[in-house]
Design a protein around this ligand. Structure first.
Ligand code: PIB
Length: 145
């Protein structure tokens, strides 16, 4: 069989072009309504070289993390098995505080979290939950500031 390093590269080459390979928060924006909330403006780069913006709020990160944990985190972090991996930790919920400040303080933490996710083994990058989160929806592409 191919040595691990070569296999990994060839695994990576097999990935579809629309798989996200990097994602960084470019800005935050406030959505005013009955309840104000903040969204993170995330620039996603795909393996095929395209770049686009998606807009996600914290609770969407939280829901993604719950799904990923349920499906992929090992019973015992000391012993990940073939289809489990140790996930980066998600910054926690905050119950009190100024929403703008909470959002701003989350920028570096969520950048680290996304970097951690997208640095996991190539088989993980193919998981539906992950690809759905980073997929650019119609709403994302029609987004008006
Ligand atoms: C003492 C006052 C308690 C209080 O107001 O907490 C409110 C809720 C927490 O509400 P939740 O929805 O469970 O959790 C909140 C949302 O995830 C929110 O996401 P978004 O920014 O996208 O809106 C985060 O920004 C908040 O930091 C978080 O607290 O607490 C619960 O309902 C607990 C349920 C597990």
């Amino acid at each position: 069989p191919l040595p691990q390093q070569l296999r990994d590269e060839s695994d990576f080459d097999q990935l579809p072009d629309n798989v996200p390979i990097s994602a960084t928060i470019a800005d935050i924006e406030e959505k005013k309504g009955f309840i104000d909330y903040f969204r993170f403006v995330i620039e996603v780069k795909t393996k095929g070289g395209s770049k686009y913006l998606i807009y996600r709020r914290y609770r969407e990160f939280f829901n993604l993390h719950q799904v990923l944990e349920a499906r992929y985190s090992p019973e015992d972090p000391e012993k990940p098995t073939a289809n489990t991996c140790v996930l980066p930790s998600l910054p926690g919920k905050v119950f009190m505080g100024v929403k703008q400040e909470i959002a701003e303080s989350r920028i570096p933490e969520l950048n680290t979290y996304m970097k951690g996710l997208l640095g996991l083994p190539t088989w993980f990058l193919l998981s539906d939950a992950l690809r759905m989160f980073f997929y650019q929806t119609d709403r994302d592409s029609k987004h008006q500031p």
